[in-house]
Design a protein around this ligand. Sequence first.
Ligand SMILES: Cc1cc2nc3c(=O)[nH]c(=O)nc-3n(C[C@H](O)[C@H](O)[C@H](O)COP(=O)(O)OP(=O)(O)OC[C@H]3O[C@@H](n4cnc5c(N)ncnc54)[C@H](O)[C@@H]3O)c2cc1C
Length: 288
Amino acid sequence: MTTHTVTTATSDSAAAGRETTGPSGRHRVAIVGCGFGGLFAAKRLGHAAVDVTVIDRSNHHLFQPLLYQLATGILSEGDIAPPIRDILRHQPNTNVVLGEVVDVDLDAHHITVDTFGLRSQIPYDSLIVATGANHWSHLLGNMLLLWVFGQAIENAFGSRMYVSFYLVCGTAASIAQYLVDPNSTVLNLGASGAVAGVMGGYLAMYPTSTISIFVWPLSLFTGRDLRVPAWLMLGLWFAVQVILGINGLSEVGNMGGVGYWAHIGGFVTGLVLAPLVRPGVRDSLRTA
Ligand SMILES: Cc1cc2nc3c(=O)[nH]c(=O)nc-3n(C[C@H](O)[C@H](O)[C@H](O)COP(=O)(O)OP(=O)(O)OC[C@H]3O[C@@H](n4cnc5c(N)ncnc54)[C@H](O)[C@@H]3O)c2cc1C
């Protein structure tokens, strides 16, 4: 469950000369997304002295773990996807809005909601963003890279040292991301910085080994993979991270999505650290 919380103290709002409450005189909490994260937040605030607005692009809360039972016909759609308004109907302080949040103005403290093409703005004092996670391709990509490059490093280091190396690279990656964007309110989750460290370590130790890449759909038709040296593939990957990282510098303070500077920090750490851990191992591997 991924819940990002952006909470601004009322005193900040007052200092900024902005209204800090709605017409009811109470603190306004906007919750974007009503999956598990948003729903639990809304329920916890059900008896608090605040005005809650829950915004979701669908009118129902989907209980995803029961999708299997739905697929096998044990349950019906209504059993696992009750209307959000129905679930929260006993909370007089809660208003449910159907629509997609398309913009959040952190300075003006309002969010823009698109409801079937009609745009409206909802002001807030505190904002809870609980829109779930959908970076599956990123996650799967990380797992693939870890599988390809991690085995050789683990074999070279031994399992215990490999875990320590992985954690050090991950920590360095987080620090790098923090240093570039220290005021970011976006949670920094994920292991891609540590995976980048493994890739950096691989480049340091096996730069001329050959990497086979399945290029869709070319490899499908030709029955052959593209074979490139590790230095080329990893060098290009790193160059792309640097370009995208520099590109994202214009969004410092509001960086989200992929932490390119974590990738860069992790990669450089792995590149420097790996030869220190196993100084004797270099280019003893030909193919990955
Ligand atoms: C098949 C399956 C089985 C699972 N089984 C388990 C299990 O057994 N145990 C377990 O712990 N976890 C399980 N999970 C994972 C679990 O369901 C998720 O971790 C959880 O639902 C995430 O909750 P969430 O609130 O973070 O996000 P979500 O449930 O994804 O909710 C996000 C909500 O935000 C809304 N939203 C997104 N963007 C916007 C926007 N711009 N504007 C307005 N609304 C928006 C969406 O409509 C959605 O309602 C399973 C998942 C699946 C798919």
